[in-house]
Design a protein around this ligand. Structure first.
Ligand code: ACM
Length: 543
């Protein structure tokens, strides 16, 4: 495998030079000339940065005769071919039939080579030249991620849903790409505000562009219970009947949830469902008096305080509830992981917390799943195989970080979601109308410019399973608000999860990210125009 032939720093310097002749956008260098010319996008200048790029040779240009060729007999690979056709047809206007590989030559070939061990479970190779583009992977997940690379090599206008003139050209050369981390997640809080199945699918499609592979759904909290449980029906019908601010809320039926899982799987994302326990549980407590130590159900809650609710640890019925909920959720969830929360249990005594988390983890294991918990789980005893999700801050107490590090050295895997880096609900700057400030302002550089492999003192990179960008929704209620907070920070978190540490460089990243601006716009994403990023100036074709 070849490393990037041009060092990131040198490439950045070259791009800045190339941009020097374009109209200036304040102090930031412009990339207008690089972005808007009809020359194909240089190979590998995408997000996340690929592991290895060897540019060279003439490009490939799609035409009305291009076919998408897939090895015969691979159903999932063929589905990836149809997905690719679905991305390319509206803007190119080309028919792009999906055909057996042997039935044609050239065009776009998707092929599986299960023995190509260097590509791992999710890696791919892209080879482009005048005769066509070939994507090779060991399995369909790798083909899917390769398809994201291919779409990003095409002009941003390819993302439009009406026919554009093109030309649709892919630079020549080869990309060989594997992810740094196996866990590259995004979390959506559907409890504080409910988001419909269609809204979740829309987010899944956005995440896919950046090779995210886990969709963590925060399904329960004080303000709403969002998943039907047959053995405890009032959880959804009553506990899901409102949200922050007092709106009607909502919940997913089991078929709704299955549809989300199916759709996520078609985008190679595993759904990680979370039932937050023993705190963040008012919606459940409000639904069943018997879950409360005093037998009295509290009212539904539509505010935004945290830490006031707890399941009743001494009450045997509590564990019937946990068992039923976990059993039904595990049966609906094909993925390995089940998230049991465990954060901010300020109304649960320490001994009770330890006892509760112990029992809850055993119930998860009984139903064949692996536990994920917020990092407060390290204050109890993480079960073998458990992952903890770290959401502390740079300024968090050293003792708290050391407790997490000790668990990591003892074999607990970590997913890193430092709140002052990757919480997508934090304001970018003081001017951001949406979001929170409790973890500080998180502009684009701050969310990108850290190394998950060297982040927590005393934690070896081998203990880090990956990163996740949570989006809490106390103050987020619409698709447009969700887009504004997620973009453009989410692509940076995705890059931290996917790209080798050797490609990490803010100066070149901000230029690559700037080139994503027209693509985000073409996808209909009204992203935050951070002043840290040299967004293209001037009219964007079709923009
Ligand atoms: C959290 O932000 N309470 C995990």
């Amino acid at each position: 495998m070849h490393r990037l032939r041009t060092s990131p720093r040198l490439l950045g310097a070259l791009l800045l030079l190339a941009a020097a002749g374009a109209p200036a956008a304040g102090a930031a260098p412009s990339v207008a000339s690089a972005t808007l010319s009809s020359a194909p996008r240089p190979l590998g200048r995408i997000v996340p940065a690929p592991a290895s790029v060897t540019p060279g040779g003439p490009p490939y240009t799609l035409t009305a005769a291009t076919r998408i060729r897939v090895d015969r007999g691979h159903r999932a690979a063929r589905a990836v071919g149809h997905y690719l056709a679905g991305v390319l047809r509206p803007s190119t206007g080309f028919p792009l039939p999906v055909v057996d590989a042997a039935a044609a030559r050239g065009g776009i070939l998707l092929r599986l080579r299960p023995a190509d061990a260097a590509l791992g479970d999710e890696g791919y190779r892209l080879e482009s030249g005048p005769g066509g583009v070939t994507l090779t992977a060991r399995g369909p997940a790798g083909l899917f991620h390769g398809v994201q690379t291919l779409r990003q090599q095409l002009p941003a206008e390819v993302e439009r849903d009406t026919v554009r003139p093109g030309p649709w050209t892919v630079a020549g050369g080869a990309v060989t790409d594997v992810p740094r981390f196996a866990y590259r997640g995004a979390m959506l809080d559907v409890s504080r505000h409910f988001f419909t199945v269609a809204q979740v699918k829309r987010y899944i499609d956005r995440l896919a562009v950046y090779k995210i592979n886990k969709l963590h759904l925060h399904l329960s909290d004080d303000q709403g219970w969002r998943i039907a449980v047959d053995s405890w029906p009032r959880l959804a019908t009553h506990g899901g009947s409102t949200q922050v601010g007092g709106g009607p809320g909502g919940h997913y039926t089991k078929d709704d949830y299955r549809e989300i899982v199916r759709y996520a799987a078609s985008r190679y994302q595993e759904v990680v469902p979370e039932i937050d326990m023993p705190g963040h549980s008012n919606a459940a407590l409000a639904s069943y008096p018997g879950l409360n130590c005093d037998g009295v159900a509290p009212p539904l809650y539509t505010g935004t305080s945290v830490g006031f609710s707890s399941l009743c640890v001494a009450e045997p019925r509590t564990y019937d509830f946990v068992d039923d909920v976990i059993r039904e959720l595990a049966a609906l969830t094909p993925g390995r992981h089940l998230h049991i929360g465990g954060d901010e249990a300020h109304s649960t005594g320490h001994a009770d917390y330890v006892a509760f988390m112990d029992r809850a983890q055993r119930i998860v294991a009984k139903y064949g799943k692996s536990v994920i918990g917020w990092h407060q789980l390290t204050g109890a005893v993480p079960a073998p195989g458990a992952l903890v999700q770290y959401w502390g801050l740079d300024r968090s107490p050293a003792a708290e970080k050391e407790r997490v590090a000790l668990a990591a050295r003892n074999g607990t895997g970590l997913v890193l979601s430092p709140a002052d880096r990757v919480y997508l609900d934090m304001k970018y700057t003081a001017d951001t109308p949406l979001g929170h400030t409790w973890a500080g302002y998180v502009d684009v550089r701050r969310s990108y410019d850290w190394d998950p492999g060297a982040y927590l003192p005393g934690v070896p990179e081998s203990a880090v399973r990956g990163v996740e960008a949570p989006l809490w929704t106390e103050r987020i209620a619409t698709d447009a608000q969700l887009d504004r907070m997620a973009f453009p920070r989410l692509p940076g978190v995705a890059e931290l999860g996917w790209s080798p540490a050797a490609t990490h460089d803010w100066e070149t990243y901000r230029v690559r990210l700037a080139e994503q601006g027209p693509r985000l716009a073409a996808l209909g994403i009204d992203y935050h125009r951070s002043s840290q990023v040299p967004w293209p100036v001037g009219p964007v074709p079709g923009g």
